[in-house]
Design a protein around this ligand. Sequence first.
Ligand code: MN
Length: 129
Amino acid sequence: MTKSKGLILIVEDNLTNMKLVRDVLHSQNYETIEAYTGKEALKKASEYDDKIDLILMDIQIPEFNGIEVAKILKSDKNLSLIPIFAVSAHVMENDIQKALEAGIDEYIIKPINIANFINKINLFFENRL
Ligand code: MN
């Protein structure tokens, strides 16, 4: 079995998008855990805390939005160091500004371009080492 490159928490409420992102990440040898709501994202983040290498955060999710979840995570001293990439169709200047203010590290625009997406994630993990 190939060695895992890292553990990624996918926060996404759309089953089709979740499957796409999961399949792409698995094809690149990342391990994934999943959350479908803001509440679930917070629960999974505390459960796995420092084992999580990256959070991919949909912005439109039930119970809190992704920005609110990011703010809560970034204000928790045990979880604030986990990098968060927003993955969202919201491309208003204002939304990106809000995401950056919430401590979101990177903004990936939906629908995702798979090659670019893979590149971005792999680069992030390579540069982290
Ligand atoms: Mn959504």
